[in-house]
Design a protein around this ligand. Structure first.
Ligand SMILES: Cc1ncc(COP(=O)(O)O)c(C=O)c1O
Length: 420
């Protein structure tokens, strides 16, 4: 029997996909955790592997017909181990959150003590937020960034580690704009006899491209997402020391997941291959250069950059010195209407709620994929400023919307891509 879509021409979703493609390519995508995956990554994601069940691991599956799938997953594993210099890799986690939860399941018992960065100071939900399973099942203690320099303070982290004796220390951030050196975390973990997990969800592409230190030689376990700076499909991955391989694999399957998403795993393999190319190094370094240029341009317009700047792909911008009345929520909304997409973000010790915030987070992975360089960054800053200064003037906002579309047209992505 034919599929209904072949006979009744149900175009509703495909019209919406085309509308979303248009939104993505005609606007500035400045969400720090997003990127434009390559057509090859997307082809693998939309491939026949969508149809396949393959519970288990290469050579040890619970279903038949997995010879090809085994080769694909083995290739993904081989490539990612090479990319990061890891002993062992599990490429099955459906997402970054799933990767983190699997690591906790494998390394901890419910109620065990863990140390991680507080969510409102740049950590992630899965690093012990009370509304997340990590915070519900495990006893997390949080460290914060320093009151004046807004950077991690390793003396404080060490004191907390000595006081609470965690079984695991979680390094890694979701909205922290500075380099995260692995050595100080490792030193503290060794001193208190803790294991160390490094969550490089945001910076995995920078690490792969040599634009950020690689924590693999230092951490017991490294988790990451494949869809942010790494520019792959939506998904997660775990790297670990070989002694932990069995524990980690069991925690992913059967511990916390069922059938792996082999279409996503094939797309991860494509992304790892792309990241192994010399051009990816250039890409990763350009992301950082663009972020620095955009941060400098925004600072020159009167914004305050949390921690004073950025060493990575992102910046957290305190809106208060620019306009004390302006909230992150309002900025996000009005910039969206001008085709500039970013997200509101708490600043450290934000007087406003996480739904409102006094800041925004801005990242350069997507515009760098489009081919924008330092020269375009002051222009982006100027568009942001014009929209925020004229946020009650619809005509002015529309003017910027048109300029944004013109700029994006000079840096086309997915020009020949059709939803189907
Ligand atoms: C540091 C960190 N860990 C984990 C995650 C979770 O990734 P996912 O959204 O794929 O579950 C994120 C997502 O932003 C993150 O920033």
């Amino acid at each position: 029997m034919p599929w209904p879509s072949e006979t009744n021409n149900d175009t509703a979703i495909f019209d919406l996909l085309e509308a979303e493609r248009t939104r993505q390519v005609t606007g500035l995508q400045l969400i720090a955790s997003e990127n434009f995956a390559s057509p090859d990554v997307m082809a693998a994601t939309g491939s026949v592997l969508t149809n396949k069940y393959s519970e288990g691991y290469p050579g040890k599956r619970y279903y038949g017909g997995n010879a090809v799938v085994d080769d694909i997953e083995a290739l993904a594993i081989e490539r990612v181990k090479k990319l990061f210099g890891a002993d062992h890799a599990n490429v099955q986690p459906h997402s970054g959150a799933s990767a983190n939860m699997a690591v906790y399941l494998g390394l901890l018992k419910p109620g065990d003590t863990v140390l991680g960065l507080s969510l409102d100071h740049g950590g992630h939900l899965t690093h012990g937020s009370p509304v997340n399973a990590s915070g519900i099942l495990y006893k997390f203690h949080s460290f914060k960034v320093g009151a004046t320099d807004e950077r991690l303070n390793f003396d404080e982290i060490r004191e907390l580690a000595i006081e609470h004796k965690p079984k695991l220390i979680v390094a890694g951030t979701t909205s922290y704009p500075r380099r995260l050196e692995p050595e100080p975390f490792k030193k503290i973990a060794d001193e208190v006899g803790a294991m160390m997990m490094f969550d490089i969800a945001h910076i995995s592409g920078l690490v792969a491209g040599g634009a950020h230190p690689n924590p693999v030689p230092f951490a017991d376990v490294v988790t990451f997402t494949t869809h942010k700076t790494l520019r792959g499909p939506r998904g997660g991955c775990i790297l670990c020391r070989k002694e932990l391989a069995t524990v980690i694999d069991k925690a992913v399957f059967p511990g916390s997941q069922g059938g792996p998403l082999e279409h996503a795993i094939a797309a991860k393999a494509v992304a790892f291959h792309e990241a192994l190319q010399p051009s990816f190094k250039e890409y990763a370094h350009q992301i950082v250069k663009n972020a620095a240029a955009l941060a400098a341009a925004l600072a020159s317009h009167g914004f305050r950059l949390v921690s004073g700047g950025t060493d990575t792909h992102m910046m957290v911008v305190d809106l208060q010195p620019f306009d004390a009345e302006l909230t992150g929520k309002e900025a996000q909304l009005v910039l969206d209407t001008a085709g500039i997409t970013l997200n509101r973000n708490s600043i450290p010790n934000d007087p406003r709620s996480p739904f409102v915030t006094s800041g925004v987070r801005i990242g350069t992975p997507s515009v760098t994929t489009q081919g924008m360089r330092e020269a375009e960054m002051p222009l982006i800053a100027e568009y942001i400023v014009t929209v925020l200064r004229n946020r009650n003037d619809a005509a002015k906002v529309a003017e910027v919307r048109a300029k944004v579309a013109q700029l994006c047209a000079k840096f086309p992505v997915y020009a020949n891509l059709k939803a189907r």
